[in-house]
Structures are given as structure tokens and as C-alpha cells.
Design a protein around this ligand. Structure first.
Ligand code: ZN
Length: 279
């Protein structure tokens, strides 16, 4: 009997391609959980986590909520609220596992960057408010893939989540990844989106924000040049600036933060497995 292998082969070829539209799941602080919330035959449901709207996308016959978990979340049960077509809200639970992030100690020569003056602190407070608003934004936009292209070529010089000490003083954990490269290295959009904000910030230096839609927002810091303006639409791979060393840095690199439902999550979860050297 002849085995009809072609349909099977086609199926096998399709599976990995389909799977590549989602980020890797990691149900830990700073990670991502994927929660099936409705059948795809229903209209796209509205999902909330921690009072923030959550990204949803159709996949394999279901609507999936792709939930970002903040670094501050504790281990245990968390819930999403799902709005149904009847206007009622359902609650779906999921489990967050604990994760211990490593410690990192850095020495910054410019003391002002570690112990800012009163004037600097006022500027930092103003900038923190601007940045908070950009990350809290929601733009309605269907997304077909959540897989990112690396935004710069270079060496991964710092991973996400490190508990940081600058000149022996405890500071905020590392809320993104660092890609080291020479000043002038092009920085490109890892996924299509709209430039939500550009500016020069005290700690972050020259910065670009890209709103990819549905609360998925990228921030690029320490640039030497910004080559886009707010409101511009950018495609995957389009240049937005160049690597620099503006703001609080120890050398030239790109710092890249990814925010999902206003939670800063590990950008590596959106990239291919091997990211030690990004090409
Ligand atoms: Zn960084």
C-alpha cells in the first residue's frame, strides 16, 4: 500500500511556521503568559490584566491573550478579566512562577548620573511622567506576528532583569536588553509600528519609542542620532536611529525595552533562541 506522505509533510512544514508568530512563553516576573480566552469564531474579546488592556491575537482557532508580567509581580495565581459578547466579564486564572535574577554591579564615572542634583531630580520627575504616559497608551491595531527582528547588529552585553547597583548603590532592575556596538551602528524597527515619542532624557539619553499596537511598545535608548519623527509609520527593518552613548552609560550600546500591557518584559522572548551575537 502506498503511503500518502504529502499531506503529512505539508502539515509538518506548517507547524513551526505557525508557532513562530508568538513570543516564547515564560510565566515569571518580567515574562509572558499566553492565555486562550475565546473561540476565534467569536468577535475579539476585550481582556484586562491589572487594569490594563491586554493584547489579543487569533491563533489555531482561538483568541489568545498575550499577557506581560511586571518584574514586581509575586509568584502565585494571577487572573485576567475577559469581556464576553453578552457584556459579562469572565475571570481566567494562571500561575506565575518565582525567578531570581542575577545581580550586576556597574561603575559610572559621571557621578551626577548616580547622585543627581535637585535640578536634575526635577527633570527626571518630569521625564518619568512623559515616559509613563507613552507606555500606558493603547492603540487598536490587529497584529499578525509578535516575532521581532533584532534592532541592531552587535553583542548582547546585558540581559534583562538584572538587579543593578551603580557605584554600589541599589537602583531599578535592568528593564531591557543591551546590544553593544560602535557609535553610528544603525538601529532599526524590530516590528512595524508608529513612532510614539522621541526625545533626549536624563538617564535614557536620545530615545525613540515605537508603538507596535495593542499595548506592545518598544523603547530605544542612548542613541547618538534619532532619524525619525513622532507620528511616522515605520516598517520592520527601517532605520530609526544610530547606536550612541548618551545618558547613563558605561560604553556605546543600544538599550531596548519592550513593554506589554504596561509591563516591561524580556525582549529576548520575542527574538530567535540564539541571541548572543545579533546579526
Ligand atoms: Zn540597558
Amino acid at each position: 500500500m502506498r503511503i500518502r506522505a504529502w499531506p503529512l509533510l505539508a502539515l509538518l512544514l506548517c507547524v513551526p511556521v505557525q508557532a513562530q508568530i508568538l513570543p516564547r512563553e515564560n510565566p515569571v516576573p518580567g515574562g509572558i503568559v499566553v492565555v486562550p480566552v475565546a473561540a476565534e469564531t467569536e468577535p475579539a474579546p476585550e481582556v484586562y490584566y491589572d487594569n490594563q488592556r491586554v493584547l489579543v491575537m487569533p491563533h489555531a482557532g482561538k483568541w489568545l491573550a498575550v499577557v506581560g508580567l511586571p518584574l514586581s509581580v509575586g509568584p502565585g495565581t494571577q487572573t485576567v478579566q475577559v469581556g464576553g459578547p453578552d457584556g459579562r466579564r469572565r475571570v481566567i486564572g494562571f500561575t506565575v512562577r518565582p525567578k531570581d535574577y542575577a545581580e550586576q554591579r556597574l561603575t559610572v564615572k559621571e557621578r551626577r548620573m548616580v547622585e543627581p542634583s535637585a535640578e536634575d531630580l526635577a527633570r527626571i520627575a518630569r521625564e518619568t511622567e512623559i515616559i509613563r504616559k507613552v507606555f500606558a497608551a493603547w492603540t487598536e491595531q490587529p497584529l499578525t506576528s509578535l516575532r521581532f527582528a533584532p534592532p541592531a547588529r552587535g553583542r548582547l552585553s546585558s540581559v534583562f532583569g538584572l538587579r543593578r547597583y551603580f557605584n554600589d548603590q541599589p537602583r531599578q532592575p535592568h528593564s531591557g536588553i543591551d546590544i553593544a556596538g560602535p557609535v553610528g551602528t544603525p538601529v532599526t524597527a524590530p516590528l512595524a509600528g508608529t513612532v510614539a515619542n522621541t526625545g533626549e532624557y536624563f538617564f535614557n539619553g536620545k530615545t525613540v519609542f515605537i508603538d507596535h499596537g495593542q499595548g506592545l511598545i518598544s523603547m530605544f535608548n542612548h542613541l547618538s542620532r534619532v532619524t525619525v519623527t513622532p507620528g511616522a509609520r515605520v516598517n520592520t527593518g527601517e532605520k530609526i536611529g544610530e547606536i550612541g552613548m548618551t545618558g547613563r552609560v558605561t560604553g556605546p550600546h543600544l538599550h531596548w525595552t519592550v513593554s506589554l500591557n504596561n509591563a516591561r518584559v524580556d525582549p529576548a522572548l520575542f527574538l530567535p533562541d540564539d541571541i548572543q551575537n545579533l546579526k
